[in-house]
Design a protein around this ligand. Structure first.
Ligand code: SF4
Length: 453
């Protein structure tokens, strides 16, 4: 890309998951290199890029609102939308009067060229026709390198895109396509660059991280590889100087085998924090969700993790009110969560996605019941979180401090330990941002956050 001053400003807005945040950083880098100025989304910009999300109806609504907000900020601006909502709502967006350009998920590495073409020709039809061709197909991993992870002290590294699992409630395989993994040497290059910039913690993430590398071997089922490509990548990252912590993104329960943990636990920088996606604690519901493990297998995975790590943090996601979830099934899930004793749970109300198998199923649950069930699980989640955090009292923990916050009118610096428990330390003149400091918790707040001296 030609590096000349464009005299144009670009503003970004990111909705949704960590992968989206990561990809926005990649796009910013491309625009910076092409000579554009990056400005705040609230400012009057020449170009607005909204990296949308489609994980829930709420996310869809927010994506639409932000497209309108951009147009309101500057009537003359070029308004561009990319991300999962774009993929999922293609038809609606093509008729969207306020939008100039839509960029498919697998065209993000070409976004600068697309925008330049649009600016020059002012022919929205041209790019829309290209978008038509963007319907997901088997493709190579699309390289989007980042040098900077925004304001954060923790850098998210995307190592894989796409998913072959087709959970019945999920639109992602349709909008992001099949598994494509990033070459280990590219990941390494990026992590080395981030380490030089001072990042101490990286989070290795992907749409279906457990499938990392299966496409290198031409394989379809990630369980055949026992997580070997992922282990091999992690052992390379472990050697990057100045990176002190490697955190794993969401993993599939089926990757947690004895062999996998035996190798993983040798990697000292890998945090004892495992996000094992559960979605339901009832086998019948799991079957309808097309999740391919049983609760017994899940529990076994958690027990294995506990046998390799001291007081590991096991976090999860659960969907409340999935199609056909009876009161009995819900109760089974609630009891299963109690049995596992998670350190944190993220509860989502089931959100109907057009075009998925679950959408076509009979027995959709009313919104009020979903809200009720979700509230019960959130309450249980908080109890479990506090019980887990109790163990940390009186124990020294290494906390990576990240940002200033104000809690009850007092100034603190907030950070996380290796187990991803949030700590607050009273703010002093000493700047401890991006420092790993050994602290001991003395008090717990209502939301489970720990205070230290
Ligand atoms: S594993 Fe299931 S929920 Fe996760 S992205 Fe793939 S299809 Fe969606």
């Amino acid at each position: 890309m030609e590096n000349k001053k464009q005299n144009k400003s670009v503003a970004f807005l990111t909705l949704g998951c960590k992968v989206n945040a990561y990809e926005t950083e990649g796009m910013k880098k491309q625009f910076r290199e092409a000579g554009f100025d990056i400005c705040d989304f609230q400012e009057k910009a020449d170009i607005y890029i909204i990296n949308t999300c489609s994980v829930t109806n709420m996310a869809d609504r927010k994506s639409r609102q932000m497209i309108h907000r951009a147009r309101k900020n500057n009537e003359q601006a070029l308004v561009v939308a990319t991300g999962c909502y774009v993929q999922a709502q293609k038809e609606a967006l093509l008729n969207e009067q306020k939008l100039d350009l839509v960029v498919g998920n697998n065209k993000k590495s070409e976004i600068v060229e697309l925008v330049l073409a649009e600016l020059k020709q002012k022919e929205a039809e041209y790019e829309r026709a290209r978008f038509e061709q963007d319907i997901i197909k088997e493709a190579e991993y699309e390289e989007l390198m980042i040098e900077n992870a925004g304001e954060r002290t923790r850098a998210y590294i995307k190592v894989q895109d796409g998913c072959n699992q087709f959970c019945s409630y999920c639109i992602i395989p349709y909008v992001r396509g099949k598994i494509r993994s990033r070459k280990p040497e590219q990941v390494l290059l990026e992590v080395e660059g981030l380490a030089k910039k001072g990042y101490k913690e990286i989070v290795v993430t992907g749409i279906h991280l457990s499938s990392y590398g299966i496409d290198f071997e031409g394989g379809q089922d990630f369980t055949r590889y026992g997580g070997k490509p992922l282990l091999s990548l992690l052992s390379k990252l472990e050697k990057v100087e100045k990176i002190e912590r490697i955190r794993l993104g969401s993993l599939e329960p089926r990757i947690i085998t004895e062999e996998f943990l035996k190798e993983l636990s040798k990697l000292e920088k890998v945090c004892p924090h495992f996000h094992l996606s559960l979605q339901s604690g009832c086998d019948e519901t799991l079957k309808r969700m097309n999740r391919k493990y049983t609760t017994a297998e899940y529990l076994e995975g958690c027990e294995r993790i506990r046998s390799y790590y001291e007081h590991p943090a096991i976090t999860t996601d659960v969907i409340a009110g999935f199609v056909g979830e009876s009161e009995e099934e819900f109760e089974t899930t609630r009891k299963f969560l109690e049995k596992v004793q998670f350190s944190d749970v993220h509860i989502f109300k089931y959100s109907r996605r057009n075009g998925t198998n679950a959408d076509r199923m009979e027995g959709h649950i009313g919104e009020n019941i979903k809200t009720e069930r979700s509230a019960k699980l959130i309450e249980l989640g908080l109890e479990m979180k506090k019980a887990y955090n109790e163990w940390l009292f009186g124990r020294e923990q290494k906390v990576l401090f990240e940002e200033d916050v104000i809690v009850d009118g007092k100034e603190y610096v907030a950070g996380h330990n290796e187990r991803y428990v949030k700590y607050l330390k009273p703010k002093t003149k000493e700047n401890i941002h991006n420092e790993i400091v050994t602290v001991t918790a003395t008090k717990m707040l209502e939301d489970g956050t720990l205070l230290c001296g």
